[in-house]
Design a protein around this ligand. Structure first.
Ligand code: SF4
Ligand code: SF4
Length: 480
């Protein structure tokens, strides 16, 4: 029996026996594999015309959740498990470990986490806690550290609860604001200390050469991502938003070099599709920007519903997809004292997670994306229990309303129970956008045909003659 589990309790009521622990683990493993398979089958069967290059990403999803399938990732390697997007991957790699983001989207694990977290916790927290408690993360390397940044209140307090069953926790203290110079300096100090602690845990010194190499690997992934980002702006949609979210999810569960090659293959295929005019939807389909709480496989319920009901997610502003690796570190000289603060800045300054206050940067970014991706409507998701995103929705709604951009906000969780109710609301929202687009198109066509059919009336003729006569009389004014 696991030693931490033996000495601790679930619900603080009874000690969990090794038999029960193993039973829970086995049962959850079966459910995880079923959940992953069901989601992948739904995507394959109900969102047609996938690029072939997406198969790589589907297989990685399956590999991570189905223990009976394929070889273990990173067997025998040192791993640094982490949540959120504030943990500098470059430093982890330079310290000889592999960073794996363990924020979980599995409903089966959510139910395990619900046994010892409050019922009102958000599903990400419950699911991640369930996976961490049962030690179900697929990469069976040696987890040397589980890093939890103090982003929202739930993550912060989770550190205390997780400390009851894990002895590898590391708390990364984020400042509550990113605007002031004080918070920047404070965060740089936190990251320098983190680098030192990483070295102690892995036994590998972070040298200038190693850090440069890690940054180079990440830069290659970021360049591929940015190219992919541009392709999604195309007026004729080339890829489902659900596929895009999935491919980007895999970034935090994969080797970055493999991911970059797979992403390049996907980009190549999309460009060929563009040349051949193989589009997934017409220009009349509502172009949606998805924002709010992150979608993490296998919970892609919302994006799947939107696209099944006729919308197309051309952009998203979430920390499990577009926000992941967009921003790059900038430094002048390739020395450690220059690179480490530059890395710290890259994980703080451009981050638009609403845990920072004020939230204005995120609002600005969403407006920019609406323009760049020709967005027709915004769908804002927040998970039940996530007060942070729920509080931010009001300002976002007002801001978009002032600009005439329709927004639908939905509260959901990982359970499939609300699919019916969500479908009705999303369908109505998409229909209203379609009607608006139809109206615009009719107005445009009417204006065009009016111009075409315009006849010269007698009044127009007289005006024309008067102007001509005036020009003739004053030709000296024009050098004639
Ligand atoms: S939205 Fe912010 S706090 Fe929530 S998982 Fe993403 S990075 Fe973490
Ligand atoms: S969904 Fe909300 S409560 Fe949950 S981890 Fe993210 S920010 Fe925190």
């Amino acid at each position: 029996m696991h030693k931490q589990v033996q000495k601790k309790e679930i619900n603080n009521v009874e000690s969990i026996s090794s038999d029960r622990f193993e039973r829970m683990q086995r049962r959850t493993l079966i459910h995880l594999a079923m959940e992953a398979k069901k989601t992948l089958d739904e995507i394959r069967n109900h969102l047609p015309a996938h690029p072939e290059a997406m198969e790589y990403f589907y297989e990685r999803c399956k590999l991570f959740y189905d223990y009976e399938y394929g070889n273990d990732l990173w067997q025998g390697e040192k791993l640094v498990a982490y949540t959120c997007i504030h943990v500098p991957e470059e430093l982890v790699r330079a310290a000889g470990a592999i960073p794996v983001r363990i924020c979980s989207g599995a409903y089966s694990a959510d139910q395990i986490g619900a046994e010892f977290l409050p019922a009102k916790s958000c599903p990400i927290m419950k699911s991640t806690a369930g996976m961490a408690f049962l030690r179900l993360f697929r990469p069976y390397g040696e987890v040397v550290m589980m890093v939890i940044p103090t982003t929202c209140d739930q993550k912060t307090k989770f550190n205390e609860i997780a400390g009851e069953f894990r002895d590898d926790l590391y708390i990364l203290e984020l400042p509550p604001s990113k605007e002031s110079e004080e918070s920047r300096v404070y965060w740089q100090r936190v990251i320098k200390r983190f680098a030192k602690d990483l070295e102690k845990k892995t036994g590998q010194r972070i040298t200038r050469r190693r850090l440069k190499a890690a940054m180079k690997t990440q830069l290659a992934a970021q360049s591929a991502f940015r190219e992919f980002y541009q392709i999604r702006k195309d007026p004729d949609p080339l890829i489902w938003g659900t596929d895009s979210i999935l491919a980007l999810n895999i970034y935090f569960l994969d080797d970055p070099e493999n991911w970059t090659s797979a992403m390049k293959m996907l980009i190549k295929e999309l460009l060929i599709r563009k040349e051949k005019k193989t589009f997934l939807a017409t220009r009349r389909s509502p172009r949606i920007l998805l924002t709010g709480t992150p979608l993490i496989f296998p919970n892609i319920k919302l994006s799947f519903l939107i696209e099944q009901l006729g919308g197309i997610i051309v952009a998203d502003e979430t920390c499990s997809s577009n926000r992941l690796i967009y921003d790059m570190a900038a430094f002048d000289e390739g020395f450690l004292f220059d690179m480490v603060p530059a890395i710290a800045d890259r994980y703080l300054k451009p981050c638009t997670c609403p845990n920072f206050t004020p939230d204005t940067d995120r609002e600005r970014k969403i407006l920019e994306m609406i323009k760049a991706f020709s967005i027709d409507g915004v769908i804002y998701q927040f998970y039940a229990g996530c007060v942070l995103y729920e509080m931010a929705v009001r300002r976002m709604g007002i801001m978009l309303e002032e600009r005439g951009i329709p927004m639908l906000y939905v509260e959901t969780d990982y359970s499939p129970d609300d699919i019916g109710q969500l479908s009705t609301r999303i369908e109505a929202f998409l229909e209203s956008i379609k009607a608006k687009k139809r109206g615009k198109r009719i107005r445009r066509l009417t204006a065009k045909s009016k111009l075409k059919n315009q006849r010269l009336t007698m009044e127009d003729y007289h005006v024309f003659c008067r102007v001509g006569h005036w020009l003739y009389r004053h030709q000296d004014l024009f050098g004639g």
